[in-house]
Write a protein that binds this ligand. Structure first.
Ligand code: OOG
Ligand code: MG
Length: 259
């Protein structure tokens, strides 16, 4: 059986996002959905949003830590696209009204100073970055029960929904391995981990992203924000303040409101 066109599947997922409702996993009806086709669905979904006036801000890596792979039951890293409309100010407010069943997780973010093309080592990837910061990612799966297989989540732009960046530091002055990371909700620590949970070495997430893009004939442009993938499990994003505290990088917070 031939697969529906990527643009058609992208419209289904985007309509679910806009209507704030879930859809069944694509792989339920399409067990032969390939990763390649799923990436084309992701691309079409991004195209829809850019055509509606949005802009690409960068990329997100996902499932780069054991904690996240175990939580989601998927065991390979994934990459999605960040849009400017997903950016929230540090210390700002996020409206829950338009979201389905959002979760939040602590990450590191890298800022690319120059284009990164092809396969590079983590050290080369880090050398191309002008900044690193503590970050929060808000994820919101468009699938029932926040459950998916690898092609489903790739097609759904890796559950991308929102991101918050902390104060940007010079990565060259920091040892990014083994930084303690805490996720706090209403002042209480709800998850904790270490930056080495991210591929054992967080810049490896940037190198892996460059390699994934290169395999699809793409590259990572200068100015991109890159989320590393969460170091801990995600928690439900509820009204009130959520804060990530990253040793050496400082804090980043967002307050969810239900208006
Ligand atoms: C998929 C996205 C994973 C991360 O940081 O690992 C991700 C999901 O869990 O819905 O963003
Ligand atoms: Mg994430």
């Amino acid at each position: 059986m031939s697969l529906p066109a990527p643009a058609e599947l992208a419209r289904t997922l985007d309509a679910a996002r806009l209507a704030r409702r879930t859809v069944p996993q694509l792989t339920k009806a399409l067990p032969d959905l390939t990763l390649d086709h799923a990436f084309q669905v992701q691309d079409e979904g991004v195209r829809l949003r850019v055509a509606a006036g949005d802009r690409v801000a960068g990329y997100k890596m996902g499932l780069t830590s054991k904690a996240k792979m175990e939580q989601m039951g998927v065991n390979l890293p994934i990459a999605g696209v960040l849009l400017e409309s997903m950016r929230r100010a540090n210390g700002g407010v996020a409206e829950l009204k338009g979201l389905i069943h959002p979760r939040i997780e602590p990450e590191l973010a890298f800022i690319l100073a120059r284009d990164l093309k092809g396969r590079v080592s983590p050290e080369e990837a880090l050398a191309a970055c002008s900044g690193v910061c503590a970050a929060l990612e808000i994820i919101d799966s468009r699938y029932e029960a926040f459950a998916f297989k690898l092609p489903d989540v790739v097609a759904d732009n890796c559950s991308a929904c929102g991101f918050v960046l902390g104060e940007v530091r010079d990565p060259k002055s920091l040892d990014l391995d083994r930084l303690a990371i805490e996720l706090k909700v209403g002042g209480q620590t709800v998850a904790s981990g270490s930056s080495d949970a991210i591929f054992g070495h967080p810049p490896a997430a940037v190198a892996e992203l460059a390699a994934m893009l290169a395999s699809r004939g793409l590259h990572l442009p200068a100015g991109s924000v890159v989320l590393s993938g969460a170091a801990t499990q995600a928690v439900s994003f509820e009204p009130g303040e959520t804060r990530a505290v990253v040793q050496g990088l400082g804090e980043v917070s967002i307050r969810a409101v239900r208006s």
